[in-house]
Design a protein around this ligand. Structure first.
Ligand code: AG3
Length: 290
C-alpha cells in the first residue's frame, strides 16, 4: 500500500508497474502483517471502507456487491439444485454472504489461509463479513490447496475467490490444483474462479483456462464492471462438468428466489458471457463457444 501523508492522504495501488489507482483516505482502520501478506483496511472518502492485501485493492464497500454477486449467483443459478458449496479464499466473507442467500444451500465450507483477513473484516467490514457466523457455514483457516487435495467431501459448486496469482494465491492457478478441484465436484459440478483483468492479464487468463481445460467439459469466461480494480473490467472463469451457463440457465429461478440483488439479474447473467472481440481472440481454442 502506497500512502501519501499530509493534509491529503491517499492510498494507491500500482498495477503491473504501469498504472495506478488512487483513493482518498480518511483514516487507517487496520494495518497488520500476517505470515502471508500485508493486510490493510482504510476508511476512504468516496468508497467506504476498503480492504487491501499487499497493496492490492480487494474490495470497497461502495462496489463489492458487483464482484460478490457475480462470483456467487452465476454458478448457483446454473446448477439446478446447489446444496453444497466450497469457497477457497474469500476471507472477507462477501462471497459466502451471497452463497448463503440461496435457500437450497445447506452447507458451505470456506477455506481461507489468512486468519488476519477474516478478523480484520469481521471488525471493520461488518456489511461484508456479516454471514460468517451462519450455522450452515464451516470456516476453516487452512491452505485451500491442501484441503482440496485431501478432503473426502464432494461439492456442487466450488468458488475460488483469490487474490492475484502471487504469493499464497499462486498455486490456485496451477493445473494440479484444478485437477483436484474437478475431483471433488459432484456430477453437475461447477467451478468459478477469479480470472483477473481482460485488459492487463490476457496471459494469466490463457494460462489459467488452459490449466483447467483438461478437467472440464465446458469452459467459459465472463465479465463484470469493477469500479475499484485496475482497468475497471474484470472477469471470472466458469468451468463445469457439462452444464452450460446459457442453455442450462433458467431465468425464472432468479426472480423466484426473491433475493435482493443490486447488480445481478437474468439479463446481466446472459450478457456477462458475451465477450468483446479482443477477449474472444485471446481465448480462441481454449474456451467453448457460448
Ligand atoms: N479478490 C481479489 C481480486 C483481484 C484484485 N486485484 C487487484 N486489485 N490487483 C477479491 C476478494 C473479494 N472477496
Amino acid at each position: 500500500m502506497t500512502t501519501e501523508t499530509g493534509p491529503d492522504l491517499w492510498v494507491r495501488e500500482i498495477y503491473k508497474g504501469v498504472m495506478g489507482l488512487s483513493f482518498k483516505v480518511e483514516k487507517t482502520l487496520f494495518s497488520g502483517h500476517s505470515p502471508f501478506q500485508q493486510v490493510d483496511v482504510v476508511k476512504t472518502a468516496g468508497h467506504g471502507a476498503m480492504l487491501l492485501n499487499d497493496g492490492m485493492v480487494m474490495l470497497s464497500e461502495r462496489d463489492e456487491f458487483v464482484y460478490h454477486e457475480m462470483i456467487a449467483h452465476v454458478p448457483l443459478f446454473v446448477h439446478p439444485h446447489p446444496e453444497t458449496v466450497l469457497v477457497i479464499g474469500g476471507g472477507d466473507g462477501g462471497t459466502v454472504r451471497e452463497v448463503l442467500k440461496h435457500s437450497t444451500v445447506r452447507r458451505a465450507v470456506m477455506v481461507e489461509i489468512d486468519e488476519m483477513v477474516v478478523e480484520a473484516c469481521k471488525k471493520h467490514l461488518p456489511s461484508v463479513s456479516c454471514a460468517l457466523d451462519d450455522p450452515r457455514l464451516e470456516l476453516r483457516i487452512e491452505d485451500g490447496v491442501k484441503f482440496v487435495a485431501e478432503t473426502e467431501e464432494r461439492f456442487d459448486v466450488v468458488v475460488i475467490d483469490s487474490t492475484d496469482p502471487i504469493g499464497a494465491a499462486k498455486p490456485l492457478f496451477n493445473r494440479a490444483f484444478y485437477e483436484n478441484v474437478a475431483g471433488i465436484l459432484t456430477e453437475k459440478g461447477i467451478l468459478v474462479s477469479q480470472a483477473e483483468s481482460p485488459f492487463y492479464d490476457d496471459e494469466i487468463q490463457r494460462a489459467m483456462l488452459a490449466n483447467q481445460r483438461p478437467y472440464f467439459k465446458r469452459l467459459h469466461l465472463y465479465l463484470f464492471a469493477n469500479l475499484t480494480y485496475p482497468g475497471g473490467l474484470w472477469s471470472f472463469g466458469f468451468a463445469s462438468r457439462g452444464l452450460c451457463p446459457a442453455q442450462d440457465f433458467v431465468a425464472g429461478r432468479v426472480a423466484a428466489s426473491a433475493i435482493d440483488f443490486r447488480y445481478y439479474n437474468a439479463d446481466v447473467h446472459r450478457a456477462a458471457f458475451a465477450l468483446p472481440t479482443f477477449v474472444a481472440k485471446t481465448l480462441r481454442g481454449i474456451t467453448d463457444p457460448i
